[in-house]
Design a protein around this ligand. Structure first.
Ligand SMILES: Nc1ncnc2c1ncn2[C@@H]1O[C@H](COP(=O)(O)OP(=O)(O)O)[C@@H](O)[C@H]1O
Ligand SMILES: N[C@@H](CCOP(=O)(O)O)C(=O)O
Length: 289
């Protein structure tokens, strides 16, 4: 578990209640990163993005220590995470993602991507072929593609503050409108096209893990209503989407091996993203037409 969330409801002196999310940071999240994550939320929220602002304490702090753990109070946003997003919802999310990329341009802090293309390769290599094969016989074969992704030259692509984990469960929607993008704890400074490719890989596959062209196309079209992709970004989208798949193959494989068989948590299957990697590898630019 990375953090624990509680819904806090207040009654208010005037009878007008309010809701907040109280987050306690349990592990994985470094204290030093909190000013980046929480500052970015406030920055984006102040510029009209659908992200929760943080509630400061009387001294103006965005988080405080409680029993040795950091805790923050965050605005509660309405909405429901879509189980099976529609094309209209994907279109709205694409636009919201581009808006976020542009709104973050003058946020002054930086955070390196701890799960970038190079790091994912290192994670899979550190797991080792033998351990990966214990999860699935086809998993060790992903080390080669991870090396290729790590060697990808993304130096010329425009960068911004990116969410990096914008799965449907990290998006709140009211109908077809995005009411919240949450869970910014993988946010970092990296290429915007990688964020779009990651969101594509996370959104455009159905429960049967088959590609849903209408979702993929709507996401990209929605993004481009706010920010046009540069030619170099568009050209690299298939490779970035494969890199994005490897991010989840690597983190899920590592988590799988770290989780005892009798643990109560449900492990996420790395093979789901191996299949998506193969899809992008086979179809190339067709997935982004
Ligand atoms: N700011 C928020 N507004 C409304 N609901 C929220 C907010 N933050 C979190 N939630 C709710 O809490 C759930 C878990 O939050 P999340 O940050 O995604 O934690 P985790 O990744 O640890 O599950 C979300 O799916 C959502 O239902
Ligand atoms: N969305 C990622 C992993 C991030 O997991 P979280 O539970 O910490 O939000 C995946 O699907 O693998």
């Amino acid at each position: 578990m990375s953090n624990s969330n509680w819904l806090v409801e207040t009654t208010g002196a005037d009878g007008e209640g309010a809701r907040f999310i109280l987050t306690m940071y349990e592990r994985r999240i470094a204290l030093d990163d909190l000013p980046y994550f929480l500052g970015l939320l406030d920055h984006l929220s102040a510029r009209g993005c659908a992200v929760p602002r943080t509630i400061h304490d009387r001294e103006g702090a965005r988080f405080r220590m409680v029993d040795g753990k950091a805790a923050a109070l965050i605005e509660f946003l309405p909405g429901i995470s879509p189980d099976e997003p529609s094309a209209a919802q994907a279109h709205a999310l694409g636009a919201a993602l581009a808006q976020m990329h542009l709104a973050g341009r003058d946020f002054p802090l930086e955070r390196a991507n701890a799960m970038g293309l190079v790091e994912n390769c290192a994670t899979l290599e550190a797991c080792g072929s033998e351990a990966l094969a214990r999860i699935d016989a086809d998993l060790p074969a992903m080390i080669g593609p991870a090396r290729a992704a790590a060697a990808l030259d993304t130096g010329g692509l425009p960068r911004a503050h990116i969410h990096a984990d914008l799965f449907p469960d990290n998006v709140l929607m009211l109908g077809d409108s995005v009411s919240g993008m949450i869970d910014f704890y993988f946010a970092c400074t990296d290429t915007m096209a990688l964020d779009l490719a990651t969101t594509h890989a996370a959104w455009a596959f159905g429960p049967d893990n088959r590609y849903r062209p209408a979702i993929g196309a709507s996401l990209i079209n929605g993004y481009e209503t706010v920010r046009s992709l540069e030619r170099a970004e568009r050209a690299l989208l298939p490779e970035l989407a494969k890199g994005a798949c490897l991010r989840f193959v690597a983190s899920r494989a590592e988590d799988w091996l770290d989780t005892p068989d009798d643990a109560l948590v449900t492990r996420k299957d790395p093979m789901e993203f191996v299949a998506r990697w193969h899809y992008y590898d086979e179809t190339g630019q067709d997935s982004f037409a």
